[in-house]
Design a protein around this ligand. Structure first.
Ligand code: CP3
Length: 352
């Protein structure tokens, strides 16, 4: 009897089972950007702060915000409430979030000397993030793992040079053309910073790590390897060698990358988060190599229940025998999505 109770109490969460490449009856479910402006209870809390990063500096608020989607949708994983731009901010680039404009850097990288004069990264400067990790970890149920995260070195570098969000990142590419070796120095600094930052997140309670390469889509296949995936591979290798992080599963999300799944797998990530348009790949190839996460187009959540069900079932059908499948969207939830649709989606995945 005692053994049985122990077994029930310590049974591994389904999210970790999927990351361990097990075939499950029902896939674990979580959503990229599951906390955010699409939720009225988020907007209520957000109103109290003028500046988004200022809000991220309150660990008790981050904890409340990370819990909101778990309460509403009973998800199988929590994600740290913070942002990928905490690292450039900690390097002194002074990141602001302007209403309807997104992030704006007060001190962007404008010339090579801005890169070489950056102070070495001190992970203690992001103490507020680790406090949020611990608060969230202590507040969530035992069967719900906590995902820590960072942006990829390339994604952080592109924002830091551009100084803001952009469609084409023209400033970044002209800087890259004339200062390629300096950009590599910046990528190296960000790779080291990401390693120290993720290691701290794990020490303070993160069970899983996700790397967001949100601007992978800007690079051609060759450049993707040179400016992004080589650094991600090196980051993953450092994490796999470190005693603190070596057993932590790593998920890689790359937005609409100009490569096949094989290239993503070659980074040594444990799980590949498929962008919503990545449907033409051979899942047999990935069998037993990596777990797969994804990949409903978030815009489908703006459609009728019938369409949501049809498109979701297509995905579930394809992955039903896949060893290590996690249901998610193919990119983050956007502010225009109705939370009731997220509830509906979660229910139909569990009923399938
Ligand atoms: O549940 C969660 O995922 C919340 C934690 C989280 C946020 N940002 C909170 C946030 C995570 C994991 C991120 C990651 C992030 N941040 C990415 C990678 C994911 C992706 O979509 O590709 C990127 C590119 C950023 C940078 C960023 N942060 C931008 C471009 C913006 C403004 C536009 C936008 O998409 O919202 C942010 C702000 C931000 N980060 C908000 C939230 C909830 C909204 C800020 C507000 O309320 O004003």
């Amino acid at each position: 009897k005692y053994n049985k109770i122990c077994f029930m109490t310590f049974d591994e969460p389904i999210f970790l089972k999927a990351l361990n490449k097990e075939v499950l009856k029902t896939p674990p479910i979580w959503y990229m950007r599951q906390a955010g402006r699409y939720m009225p209870e988020y907007r209520e809390v957000r109103k109290k702060f003028k500046n988004f990063l200022e809000m991220c500096k309150h660990p008790e608020v981050c904890c409340e915000l990370a819990l909101q989607p778990l309460h509403s949708f009973n998800l199988d994983a929590a994600i740290l409430f913070s942002d990928i731009l905490t690292i450039p901010d900690a390097f002194g680039l002074d990141v602001q979030f302007i209403e309807n404009k997104g992030p704006v850097f007060r001190n962007p990288i404008s010339e090579p000397k801005d890169i070489h004069m950056l102070d070495p990264f001190d992970p203690e400067n992001l103490d507020y993030v680790y406090k949020a990790v611990t608060n969230i970890k202590n507040a969530i149920p035992k069967h719900v793992p906590l995902i820590g995260f960072c942006g990829s070195p390339w994604t952080l570098a592109a924002y830091s040079i551009e100084g803001k969000s952009s469609k084409e990142f023209n400033k970044t590419f002209s800087f890259l053309k004339t200062n390629e070796s300096d950009v590599h120095s910046l990528l190296l600094k960000y790779t080291d910073a990401c390693f120290l930052y993720l290691r701290k997140q794990v020490q303070y309670g993160a069970d899983v790590i996700q790397i967001f390469d949100s601007w992978a889509n800007l690079l051609s296949e060759n450049d993707l390897k040179k400016f992004s995936f080589d650094y991600i591979t090196s980051l993953i290798s450092s994490l796999k060698l470190d005693p603190v992080t070596k057993n932590i599963p790593i998920i890689l999300f790359a937005r609409d990358p100009n490569c096949n799944t094989q290239t993503l797998i070659e980074t040594s990530a444990d799980c590949i988060s498929l962008y919503w348009s990545m449907n033409n790949f051979d899942i047999n190839f990935s069998f037993n190599k990596v777990s797969i996460q994804g990949n409903l187009d978030p815009k489908i959540l703006l459609e009728s229940d019938e369409i949501i069900k049809r498109e979701t079932y297509k995905i579930l059908e394809r992955f039903k025998e896949y060893p290590g499948y996690i249901f998610n969207l193919g990119h983050g939830i956007t502010p225009d999505i109705d939370p009731d649709k997220v509830k509906y989606l979660t229910n139909i995945v569990r009923e399938y």
